[in-house]
Design a protein around this ligand. Structure first.
Ligand SMILES: [Zn+2]
Length: 378
């Protein structure tokens, strides 16, 4: 990953390269942005830029021995830590180092991946992955080693908000005063979930979504999407790259979410108990993360209903069957019930994260939705 491979964010690239030129490199930096913003790719490009032996004013050289090792993510002074959980192969005592191969594989495929894709890669979609105490011990062990061949030793921590709270104190000291020539590049999707003690020690690089135009260009240049379709998809997704890629690949998962959501709303509205129970049975068998991402999909639809009801239909980024559904569905989501519906979904996500029984949770929510959807606007 070089800066030229990072989609958009020209201002941030300038700022980062300028910092390196002026030797003002913060020892703990937090790249903060949703998975679609490219926070991880930007952090990786920055790491390479710092380590490159022949960097130019704007980017690494791409050719020196350091760059070649970065191409394979096999540079001895680049260390990765990320959330993990026991899977089929490693049933206990897991930590990042057991999954380095999977991590490299996914990153080399494309550094633009979502949290859910990482869980899938680990084979733990229905588990909570964390950065655990053993990872913290490993971070400290890593810092005990000398850097091999570069001016800096770089520790990349992906999804630092998943750091197990009880383990965090182990690394606070090194984050505050790392050994010489050590850089922490942390990546996070959600600032609110990061421990304050970590946050206060980091310099923040905040990423907005890349511009739609840049995303459209990337879809065409890198993924061979025909320019007109690329612009359309970039618009539909508001510049959300992973979502755009999903649409390009006609992602079946997204379609499945839509079909499942439509089925659920219809049987909830009709209070068709037999159908509701059948639907609940089906969704209960999906993994927990899948269920959470399904709720996120639902929240997206509710947001769009609100836009639709307030005559802001032009802001809606949907087409085809989803759009037709939204037009018919939006009258049932109105100013008298929206907040309660959204709240019910957020509560459900909260309880799922705390291992609530999905059958009870979805059944209960179905009956709540039935009541709420019958609250008319007038
Ligand atoms: Zn280089």
């Amino acid at each position: 990953m070089m800066f030229k491979d990072v989609i958009g964010h020209d201002n941030l690239k300038n700022r980062l390269t300028e910092n390196v030129r002026q030797r003002r490199i913060g020892h703990a930096q937090l790249f903060l942005g949703a998975d679609d913003t490219g926070a991880l790719p930007l952090a990786l490009a920055f790491a390479r830029y710092i380590q490159c032996r022949d960097r130019g004013p704007e980017d690494a050289c791409g050719k020196c021995p350091t760059c070649i090792k970065f191409d394979k993510l096999a540079h001895p002074d680049l260390h990765f830590f990320f959330p993990s959980a026991p899977n089929q192969e490693h049933k206990k005592d897991v930590s990042s180092k057991l999954f380095t191969n999977l991590w490299r594989e996914l990153l080399l495929e494309s550094p633009y991946f979502t949290w859910f894709q990482w869980l899938k890669k680990l084979g733990v979609e229905n588990k909570q992955a964390i950065i655990n105490a053993e990872d913290c011990n490993d971070i400290i062990r890593t810092l005990g080693m000398k850097s091999y061949e570069s001016p800096y030793r770089i520790v990349v921590i992906y999804m630092v908000e998943k750091l197990y709270h009880a383990a965090a104190p182990k690394i606070l000291k090194v984050l505050e005063e790392p050994p010489e020539n050590t850089l922490f590049l942390m990546v996070s999707e959600n600032k609110d979930r990061i421990l304050n003690t970590i946050l206060s020690r980091a310099q923040i690089v905040k990423l907005p979504l890349p511009e739609e135009q840049k995303v459209a260009e990337a879809l065409t240049d890198r993924f061979g999407v025909e320019p007109k379709k690329a612009s359309q998809i970039a618009f539909l997704t508001g510049g959300r790259l992973t979502e755009a890629l999903r649409l390009c690949h006609q992602d079946e998962e997204q379609l499945a979410d839509f079909e499942s959501f439509r089925e659920w709303m219809r049987c909830c509205y009709a209070n068709d108990v037999a159908h509701i129970l059948k639907w609940v049975e089906k969704i209960s068998q999906a993994g927990r993360e899948k269920q959470k991402s399904f709720f996120q999909y639902g929240l997206k639809i509710f947001r769009m209903c609100v836009l639709y009801n307030y005559d802001a239909g032009h802001l809606i980024r949907l087409d085809g069957e989803e759009k037709t559904f939204l037009e018919k569905f939006s009258p049932f989501v109105n100013h008298r019930n929206t907040l309660q519906i959204v709240d019910a979904f957020n509560q459900a996500i909260y309880h799922l994260e705390r291992n609530a029984n999905p059958k009870i949770l979805f059944t209960d929510l179905s009956f709540q939705l039935n009541k709420l959807m019958h609250v008319r606007a007038q």
